[in-house]
Design a protein around this ligand. Structure first.
Ligand SMILES: [Zn+2]
Length: 309
């Protein structure tokens, strides 16, 4: 199978908190799951970052916005304008707080009084409970409430159980015709010419465990969302501060490295990546170190990093 068909890959486009720095952009990430490209948050400069890291704008059909703070949405109008300049006609799905429609419509109306060349389909998020917001034959996406100053959601992306592979030697042994193979992959048995029934389980081998990724930004540490990120393979959690600014983290509804690591530990995730670093830190070493002392498989994120699941 091609890489594209097997891919579950996250590209980091922005890792700063509210103030961009000379080497960090505000929050944005692209998750590529089996040919689908999901944009998660859209801080200022997202479209230039996409260009830099070779993410094709036309592949983005679904955008997930955690909350309506500038460092997560200022890139939207630029991205939408460029899509328009490039002649996009395909619908663009936007999953966000319902108020985003007012925010974007006023800018679009100001810039393009004749309207734009494609439709934006708004999908309002639920900030009270977890909800399935996207579903197709291979992937489901869920939103779940976080704890920030304004309504904020995290997102969980789940691959569905992939179809098993047919075992080549069994195809040979039972002379299974091509026309029957898909049906067997989907759970069917096979009956030979002399009427012998060969069960599905004997003919197939499961491929891989379905993969998952969860995104938590921005939020204060809270037990309430741990269930929503339980056992994911990869967790992104904001870690704006180190514990020297624990009080500030509390009052601004942000997390420390320690908080992020505690979520990862309690949720039993495979790997933790952290970002949304405050500009007050020269580098993220202290934040990463304190997270690692609690949850060893912690990695910092930098622009252009790619994580394969
Ligand atoms: Zn933020």
């Amino acid at each position: 199978m091609s890489d594209q068909a097997m891919s579950f890959q996250l590209t980091i486009l922005g890792t700063s908190s509210a103030l961009p720095t000379s080497n960090r952009y505000p929050t944005a990430q692209v998750l590529h799951v089996l040919g689908r490209f999901f944009l998660i948050d859209c801080g200022e400069g997202t479209q230039t970052q996409m260009r830099k890291y070779q993410i094709n704008l036309f592949k983005i059909n679904h955008i997930f916005i955690s909350h309506l703070h500038g460092d997560h949405i200022f890139g939207l109008i630029g991205l939408i304008s460029t899509m328009m300049l490039l002649g996009r006609t395909k619908d663009l799905h936007l999953y966000a707080h319902s108020e985003i429609q007012r925010f974007l419509t006023s800018q679009i109306n100001f810039l393009y009084f004749e309207g734009i060349s494609f439709k934006i389909i708004y999908h309002p998020l639920n900030f009270k409970k977890e909800q399935k917001i996207f579903d197709d034959p291979k992937v489901s996406v869920y939103s779940f409430p976080l704890t920030h100053r304004i309504p904020t959601c995290g997102f969980r992306f789940e691959e569905k159980q992939p179809l098993p592979n047919l075992i080549a030697s069994k195809i040979e042994e039972y002379q299974i015709p091509i026309r029957d193979r898909q049906r067997i992959k989907e759970g069917g048995d096979f009956t030979t010419n002399d009427g012998k029934r060969i069960p599905h389980a004997e003919l197939t081998r499961s491929t891989h465990k379905p993969r998952s990724y969860a995104f938590c930004s921005d939020t204060r540490f809270d037990e309430s969302y741990i269930g929503s990120v339980r056992n994911v393979d990869l967790l992104y959690h904001e870690a704006t501060f180190a514990s020297d600014n624990k009080d500030l983290a509390q009052t601004t509804y942000h997390s420390t490295g320690e908080d992020a690591a505690n979520v990862a530990l309690k949720a039993g995730v495979g790997k933790l990546i952290i970002g949304h670093f405050s500009a007050r830190y020269k580098d993220s070493q202290a934040i990463v170190a304190e997270a690692r002392s609690i949850f060893e498989a912690t990695y910092e994120t930098n622009e252009g990093d790619v994580f394969n699941i």
